[in-house]
Design a protein around this ligand. Structure first.
Ligand code: BGC
Length: 791
């Protein structure tokens, strides 16, 4: 965590010395990428830049030149042009890819490298990571985001932020919140219930923010339950700033603010980019009393705190060792790749047995290794899979394995007779075929939702043709999100490389030939088909309103509850070695009060053994399942994970610590996270569908506060507490509705069996003797007594 309050704090001094105009100017950028500097007070600009898997720093970002309207609208949406206009930087695997590494240490290292590149380019804050929940695979921008699960997304983001910030560069966790649709993304209104918001969509942010304290949070373009996220006082002011105690700066996404006064009131501190109109509007709003000077100062204070943080943490620029960063990009790509299938251990390729390899598919020579849009990086060096595979097969003088290549499809992904024939020819006599498939660019961009999660039709036709002539078919896929694989049974092996960044080609060859042992695990469920996905019915249809009708059942939570078989489950991935989960131990099996867990955590220790012949990494996953929840809950939920490297034939202990929140669900009535008094199963798994060890723990008390009874409650709630039955009898007797002896078990039984709200029941049956007001007074007294209902 980074302490924001420093001893030489100048912020208040600056605030006192600033004029109104200067304060207003600090509330928006001075250009696209910098905040306003006030030289007379020694307040420098803060320079910000994208992106989420490497630095996208546009040339001329620090220019003071104001563009005319005609110049401004000339901006290009062409990916190649966009890349060329940015400085070279290391392109790491995208968020959805790197999350499959499940490796927090790796994230810190990547963060450190990104920070180093920022320092040299003169960037103070990098606009990442992006961590929205991957609710639905048609969201093209999901390639930037980590996971369908808040624990995985939150912990990986925290590690990335810590890695960046400890090197003196600020971060911006984005897009807060519920940014899950690219089409109409500045207009859509997300309709999400409170539990889903708290347990899924906010939970990833909450977890990351608490574990890393990012210098800034970027709000989203969309609305949440009718209110703009960029100016949502409930989300930003009440939850983020007050409830979570976030002290950093909240900036809006680029051009997201539609009403400056509302955004100010809603807790947005910094509006980006430069916006002259907004400044004028803010001035007007202040003059008209729509925005108070205190509200303005609050914005300015948080912007200045960011300026001060950057000044305080600035380090020497140093030099970039791009070679080292590239090696890290290769390591990251290898750890992110998920080996989904490996029939008959066809992989790794054995140089003793394989003498001829056919590499098929244009993507082997022109890989798609990142998405497009504002996260696009201009890579320093891109490894080409085909070249790296060839290198593995020997030099020109000493070629141990013959490698042939066929293009298979054109640059738009289409195939045809000639392409198919030459691909078949290459495949037919090969000992193994490596077929590269995916999508041609730019199918996964941040501008619109996708229409399908299938690979290109031409790639599928090619696969059909190749599998008919050679069964030793290994598919290497590149995609930013999960894909449909109706062709799965035509293959012997499937290696999903995702958008693995500039080192993807080398990483791919390393895995194919066994130089790297695959260790990636799915960060999202791979569905059999699109229509199986949880958000399917609510995703398209109404253009601007999106109902999150699946509620808390996002990702594996849905598949598990519905008992629906995914193609490959969340957390799944193969290795070239095998791990045995020997035993697990809990530090205690009974916890009297859940709050105790925040003082003394529950420790879970697991012994893992690498029983295979190769060294390798295993991701140990901890899930919690409640036995008899008082509210509907997912079958199990991920609450911790650790990735460990274990040498062949060696063992290692893995430890987890659980706290109260890990057992809790969000209680709408109590407006807080609540733990039931119940038994919970602690499950240790190799995936969400492969639980290897379990132990039980019992929590004896709930932390749920008493929930007041209301006149529209039923008898079930009223009679939950025996003392209330007695009080209700008394109430009826006092008001002459029953004689004491008539208030017996049978009467209670009849009441309990009625479906009426108590108020209506009395209204209909008391002949006017008991009014609603009398009932309200009676309940108000009961609510003051001990032991009201808990659920
Ligand atoms: C994107 C942000 C990005 C910003 C600056 C916006 O359109 O949504 O993620 O940081 O532009 O490029």
């Amino acid at each position: 965590m980074y302490n924001r309050i420093n001893k030489n704090c100048k912020v208040e001094e600056w605030i006192n010395a600033l004029t109104l105009e200067e304060k207003i100017s600090l509330c928006t950028g001075k250009n696209s990428w910098q905040t306003q500097n006030i030289d007379r007070l020694g307040i420098p600009s803060v320079t910000v830049s994208d992106g989420t898997n490497g630095v996208r720093f546009q040339k001329g970002s620090k220019s003071e030149k104001k563009l005319s309207f005609a110049e401004a609208i000339k901006g290009s949406f062409d990916n190649e042009e966009a890349i060329a206009s940015t400085y070279p930087a290391t392109c790491f695997p995208t968020g959805s890819a790197v999350a499959c590494s499940w490796n927090k240490e790796l994230m810190k290292k990547i963060g450190g490298s990104i920070a180093g590149e920022c320092r040299v380019l003169g960037i103070d804050v990098i606009l990442g990571p992006g961590i929205n929940t991957r609710r639905h695979p048609l969201t093209a921008r999901n390639y930037e985001y980590y996971s369908e699960d808040p624990c995985l997304a939150g912990d990986m983001a925290a590690a990335m932020i810590n890695g960046i910030q400890r090197e003196g560069i600020g971060t911006s966790i984005k897009h807060f919140a519920c940014h899950n649709s690219d089409s109409y993304r500045t207009r859509v209104d997300v309709n999400v219930n409170e539990r889903a918001l708290r347990e899924i969509y906010l939970a990833c942010f909450e977890r990351a923010i608490k574990k890393s304290d990012p210098t800034t949070v970027m709000s989203a373009y969309n609305k949440v339950n009718g209110e703009e996220a960029s100016g949502n006082s409930r989300l930003v002011r009440d939850i983020l700033k007050k409830e979570w105690g976030y002290q950093g700066t909240v900036m809006c996404d680029w051009g997201a603010i539609k009403d400056v006064a509302a955004a100010t009131k809603g807790g947005i501190d910094l509006q980006m980019p430069h916006c002259e109109g907004s400044k004028k509007q803010l001035f007007k709003d202040i003059n008209e009393g729509k925005v108070t000077l205190e509200e303005l100062d609050e914005r300015v204070r948080r912007v200045l705190q960011l300026v001060e943080w950057c000044m305080e943490h600035k380090k020497e620029a140093g030099e970039i060792n791009f070679e080292h960063h590239h090696e890290l990009a290769v390591e990251a790509a290898a750890e992110s790749a998920v080996l989904l299938k490996n029939e008959g251990n066809i992989l790794p390729i054995s140089k003793d047995k394989v003498k001829r390899i056919a590499v098929i598919g244009r993507l082997a020579k022109e890989p798609v290794y990142q998405g497009s849009g504002c996260a696009v990086v201009n890579p320093v060096k891109v490894d080409i899979p085909f070249e790296c595979i060839k290198e593995e097969c020997g030099t020109a003088d000493d070629q141990q394995i013959e490698v042939c290549y066929a293009e298979g499809y054109d640059k738009n992904g289409n195939t045809g007779r000639t392409l198919l024939e030459s691909a078949e020819k290459a495949a037919v006599n090969a000992d193994i075929v490596l077929l590269f498939v995916g999508n041609s660019m730019p199918k996964e961009s941040d501008d619109y939702n996708r229409k399908t999660i299938c690979i290109e039709e031409g790639h599928q036709k090619l696969m059909e043709a190749i599998s008919a002539v050679n069964a030793a078919l290994v598919v290497v896929a590149a995609s930013g999100e999960v894909i449909e694989m109706p062709w799965e049974n035509k293959t012997k092996a499937i290696l999903e490389m995702w958008f693995g960044g500039e080192g993807m080609g080398k990483a791919c060859a390393d895995i194919l030939f066994g130089r790297s042992n695959p260790s990636g695990r799915l960060s999202a469920t791979m569905p059999v088909k699109l229509s199986d996905t949880p958000g399917y019915l609510g995703f398209t249809g109404r253009k601007f309103d999106i109902d999150y009708s699946e509620g808390i059942y996002v990702g594996y939570r849905y598949y598990d509850k519905k008992e629906l078989e995914p193609l490959y489950p969340f957390g799944y991935g193969l290795s070239y070695t095998e791990f045995r989960y020997n035993y697990m131990k809990l530090s205690k099996n009974i916890i009297s009060n859940p709050e105790d867990l925040d003082h003394e955590k529950l420790t879970v220790t697991v012994e893992i053994e690498n029983t295979g012949e190769r060294d390798g990494m295993e991701t140990v996953q901890l899930y919690i399942a409640e036995e008899n929840p008082s509210m509907p809950r997912p079958v199990r939920e991920l609450k911790g994970f650790e990735k460990v490297f274990i040498k062949a034939k060696e063992k290692q202990l893995v430890t987890f610590e659980l706290e109260m929140r890990d057992f809790a669900y969000y209680h709408d009535g109590a407006n807080m996270f609540v733990v039931d008094a119940d038994r919970f199963e602690i499950e240790i798994g190799a995936s969400s569908r492969e639980i290897r060890l379990t132990e039980k723990v019992e929590i004896l008390e709930t932390n749920c506060p008493d929930i007041p009874l209301r006149p529209d409650c039923g008898f079930t709630e009223l009679f939950e507490n025996p003392a209330h039955i007695e009080a209700f009898d008394q109430f009826l007797v006092e008001n002459g509705l029953l004689r004491r002896e008539e208030a017996d078990d049978a009467a209670h039984e009849r009441m309990l069996n009625s479906f009426w709200a108590i108020g209506s029941y009395l209204d209909m049956n008391s002949q006017g003797e008991i009014s609603w007001d009398m009932l309200k007074e009676f309940l108000a007294n009961l609510n003051k007594s001990e032991g009201c209902r808990k659920s």
